[in-house]
Design a protein around this ligand. Structure first.
Ligand SMILES: Nc1ncnc2c1ncn2[C@@H]1O[C@H](COP(=O)(O)OP(=O)(O)OP(=O)(O)O)[C@@H](O)[C@H]1O
Ligand SMILES: O=C(O)C1=C[C@@H](O)[C@@H](O)[C@H](O)C1
Ligand SMILES: [Mg+2]
Length: 174
């Protein structure tokens, strides 16, 4: 199988972390839309949002998603990639989409430990655990309708990777 693999889910569910580990396990290339967007622009997410608003960031995100999608690639997306219908349709039609699902306390705990504020400027102005709950309530249905598979992302990274390999029927080659 060489179809692109898209990892979707909330901030902190592990798209970047699990994507890198999955890439090593299945010998795909790794790409992260947040990282590519920031490298290409020379700006952080927080800088872009300050200058152009979330609308400007979302337009750049769609362009980045389309440009990095290629066979043999694991694509870690940004948490809000599913907001645009064009992104949802593009991912479902271009490859296999996996939702890394984790409960609010797990997500909030990770984000409180590793805020990375330049990449994760506030979405609501609320404290982290409230924001995570609000945003997940708004987006969970969109993650589910976009995904071909849902995996439990609250376990250790190796177990998340194993679940993904299982649903994809890919053998781990070490
Ligand atoms: N399965 C896991 N178990 C424990 N810690 C994890 C796991 N997955 C990710 N983490 C940790 O949670 C934090 C956030 O992970 P990561 O940056 O991969 O999330 P993300 O989904 O890419 O978030 P964003 O949408 O903001 O890009 C990191 O510090 C990472 O080490
Ligand atoms: O959940 C979101 O809307 C975001 C998640 C991050 O990955 C970044 O793409 C950005 O901070 C927006
Ligand atoms: Mg990430």
């Amino acid at each position: 199988m060489t179809q692109p693999i898209f990892l979707i889910g909330a901030r902190g569910c592990g798209k970047t972390t699990i994507g890198q580990a999955l890439t090593r396990a299945c010998h795909f290339q790794f790409v992260d839309t947040d990282q590519v967007l920031q490298q290409r622009s020379g700006l952080s997410v927080a800088d872009i949002v300050a200058a152009e608003g979330w609308q400007g960031f979302r337009a750049r995100e769609t362009e980045t998603l389309m440009s990095v999608t290629a066979p043999g690639t694991v694509i870690a997306t940004g948490g809000g990639i599913i907001l645009a219908p064009v992104n949802r349709e593009f991912m479902r039609q271009s490859g296999v989409v996996i939702y890394l699902n984790a409960p609010v306390p797990v997500l909030a705990g990770r984000l409180e430990a590793f805020p990375e504020a330049d990449q994760r400027p506030t979405l609501t102005g609320k404290p982290i655990s409230e924001e995570v709950a609000d945003v997940l309530a708004q987006r969970d249905a969109l993650y589910r309708e976009t995904a071909h598979y849902v995996v439990d992302a609250s376990t250790a990274p190796e177990r998340v990777v194993t679940q993904i390999l299982d649903v994809l029927h890919l053998a781990t080659v070490s």
